[in-house]
Design a protein around this ligand. Sequence first.
Ligand SMILES: Cc1cc2nc3c(=O)[nH]c(=O)nc-3n(C[C@H](O)[C@H](O)[C@H](O)COP(=O)(O)O)c2cc1C
Length: 249
Amino acid sequence: MSTLDELIARKSVRAYTDEPISAADERAIISAAYEAPTAGNQQLYSLVAIRDQALKERLAVLCDNQPFIAKAKLVLIFLADLSRWQDAYTAEGLDVREPGLGDVMLSVVDTAIAAQNSVVAAWSLGIGSCYIGDILENYEEFVEILDLPPYAFPAVMVVFGHPTEQQLRRTKPPRFAYDDMLGEDRYLHISGERLEAMMGAKIGVPGRDRNLQAFVDRKWNADFSIELNRSVAAWTKTLHDYYGKPGER
Ligand SMILES: Cc1cc2nc3c(=O)[nH]c(=O)nc-3n(C[C@H](O)[C@H](O)[C@H](O)COP(=O)(O)O)c2cc1C
């Protein structure tokens, strides 16, 4: 398959066969992450591979009770990590400012791009994967569990395994229409019937099977979503608490 065909065919995989991921495949998946572009080639991220089964089960609970996490053959946590450079600056006694929210955003971008490289690499090897957004929750617990230094934040988690037949047959969820996503030279404002039709692709047709309230209850207003926002606010509080005010020297 061409790269383009693979990108189109890839879908999230949440049920796995018993087949382990070989050491060579694991190395290829992780190495692919390292080949991703990063801001200033700083590679503002690092990884933790979760090996311990009891820890996988704990993660499954902490990440909004998703049992398939514990059944994955490879669990990778991608940390948005400003600590390495900060440590190097400090070790050399350099006069540097403290990291700020902009630095965190940049490191999260690096982290997500690297993770996606690993997802695409895995798919090319016949290995499925699923992102777990709930890793953004329970920040303080992950500091303990993963022994995180300041400025290393669990931004992305991806779980991997060989897809079951059922997962291979499963229809990939639809995307928004091509033109609804693309502004030309400026932001594309969408409202009214066009906005309703746009959402129809995801949550049903207005007046018939659409239930936006159910979607809001299940996602946007859900407890996990509230916790996620609290937890990420705690990341940024770390920036204030550890050395001082972000941007200050
Ligand atoms: C940042 C992010 C977080 C996600 N979190 C979860 C999750 O916690 N649990 C889950 O089952 N799927 C999760 N997904 C997978 C999405 O549900 C999935 O990508 C989306 O429905 C589109 O389907 P596809 O990946 O099969 O194309 C996440 C995806 C992303 C990119």
